[in-house]
Design a protein around this ligand. Structure first.
Ligand SMILES: C[S@@+](CC[C@H](N)C(=O)[O-])C[C@H]1O[C@@H](n2cnc3c(N)ncnc32)[C@H](O)[C@@H]1O
Length: 350
């Protein structure tokens, strides 16, 4: 008999964890989606349709969930596994590395409170790798310790993984925290999930997922901004290369026309060319150059193409779509982590 793992998708966004879990096909276990929590309206709308969540328990704000500290709160339906890609603004560069002192960093404590109260069998949490450098690494140490000790105690594994090692042409690093309740297993010495050969993936490079036909003219760099975006000021280090076969990490603010060293831009010569691995000669004065479209963004994060249709049917603006995409967890990373973690423990404990 397969174990049915009921999961609660917290800080659900547009469902990176959900899509990753749903792709897993195991002889030992299967999943049941029981609840999700997400505060942002656009994310809720997309999630509800794309993740078929109309009849799933929905909680808007994690701070309203019942825990020991909030006994009158909303009780989450019975669940075995917690997924949580908790907001990372306070941990990333843009958040000034305030860590726990920032109210958004405090959301981590709600995860601890939930683990303490509901005592799920398993959890997988995700965050930005910058967490390593906050307070000289002490913050990460404190988080790991807390996750091991909370509730009845958990066996904890943490992995730093790059999306391009797991089937997506994007340089996106994430740290994962995987826990299994101590009473359920002996601690295993498990390595990170086995890497995937990108050349055999659905989209081996950005070129493979770029729309080859006409796209909305709004996606082309406006004439007045070309110089600032595409040329490197003399006092700058780093590259402003466009036409990268492996994309830079997608950002939530990519509608703001960042400089080329912070974002992803592609020339018509590359898009229409025949060599995905080589940058063509481009006249940056005159050649049309564009940002990625929302469909390409969803693909770069591993979401199925239906996401772009759903977002446009819901009349979600481009900038709001980029925000959802840029905040998302790559589906292929979620898939690799959840599968490897559960396969290791559920196989071993059979
Ligand atoms: C890093 S994103 C997670 C993205 C998600 N894993 C995905 O694949 O799209 C964090 C999410 O937490 C949501 N969030 C922020 N504060 C929240 C709160 N107080 N309660 C519930 N969700 C919250 C944000 O709106 C955002 O969608």
């Amino acid at each position: 008999m397969k174990e049915v793992i009921k999961y609660f998708d917290c800080f659900a966004g547009i469902g990176g964890f959900h899509c990753g879990a749903q792709k897993i096909n195991s002889d030992n276990y299967t999943f049941e989606h029981v609840a999700y929590c997400e505060v942002e309206t656009n994310a809720q709308k997309v999630y509800e349709v794309a993740c078929n969540a109309k009849n799933i328990q929905k909680i808007n704000d994690v701070r309203d969930i019942a825990t020991k500290k909030n006994p009158g709160g909303i009780k989450v339906k019975d669940f075995d596994m917690l997924f949580a890609g908790f907001p990372c603004q306070s941990f990333s560069n843009v958040g000034y590395r305030k860590g726990f002192d920032d109210p958004r960093g405090q959301l981590f404590f709600y995860i601890l409170d939930m683990l303490d109260y509901y005592k799920p069998k398993y959890f997988v949490l995700e965050n930005v790798q910058k967490i390593h450098t906050i307070k000289g690494g002490n913050l990460l140490g404190e988080m790991k310790q807390a996750l091991k000790e909370i509730g009845d105690g958990y066996i904890l594994h943490t992995w730093d993984l790059m999306a391009s090692d797991y089937g997506l042409p994007q340089k996106r690093n994430r740290i994962f925290f995987c826990g299994i309740r101590k009473d359920l297993a002996e601690e295993l010495d498990i390595e990170e999930p086995e890497k995937v050969d990108l050349s055999k993936a659905k989209y081996p490079t950005t070129w493979h997922l770029l729309e080859k036909g006409n796209v909305d003219s709004k996606h082309y760099i406006p004439a007045g901004s070309r110089k600032t975006i595409l040329t490197k000021p003399s006092n700058w280090q780093g590259d402003v290369n466009i036409d990268n076969s492996i994309a830079r990490p997608l950002t939530a603010t990519m509608s703001k026309w960042h400089r080329a060293n912070q974002d992803n831009y592609f020339s018509i010569s590359y898009i229409k060319g025949m060599n995905p691995y080589e940058r063509p000669e481009v006249d940056i004065e005159s050649e049309p150059i564009r940002r990625i479209t929302p469909l390409e963004g969803f693909r770069l994060q591993g979401f199925p193409d239906k996401y772009a249709d759903i977002a446009s049917q819901l009349k979600i603006s481009y900038s709001a779509q980029y925000k959802l995409i840029g905040n998302a967890l790559p589906v292929d990373l979620a898939y690799a982590v959840i599968k490897h973690f559960l396969d290791s423990y559920l196989e071993y404990n059979k």
